[in-house]
Write a protein that binds this ligand. Structure first.
Ligand SMILES: [Cu+2]
Length: 68
């Protein structure tokens, strides 16, 4: 199970500029969708966490998105 923990503009030096991320329905298993309003053009960092069934702890990853 993957969940979004944070979406902010840290890649452009604005880590304090964060926006809300909501989970959206996904059509396929193994595919995850999120909805967010990008209030500003530039690079946004999506921080993701994952829980794997049968495993303890959380896997974390980051993804940079460029909003135009
Ligand atoms: Cu910004």
């Amino acid at each position: 199970m993957i969940f979004a923990t944070r979406l902010d503009m840290a890649p452009d030096g604005m880590q304090e500029m964060a926006t809300k991320v909501a989970s959206a329905p996904s059509a396929e298993p193994g595919t995850y969708r999120f909805k967010a309003t990008f209030g500003m053009a530039g690079r946004w960092q999506l921080s993701l966490g994952a829980k794997v069934q049968g495993e303890t702890g959380t896997v974390e990853s980051k993804l940079v998105i460029t909003a135009q």
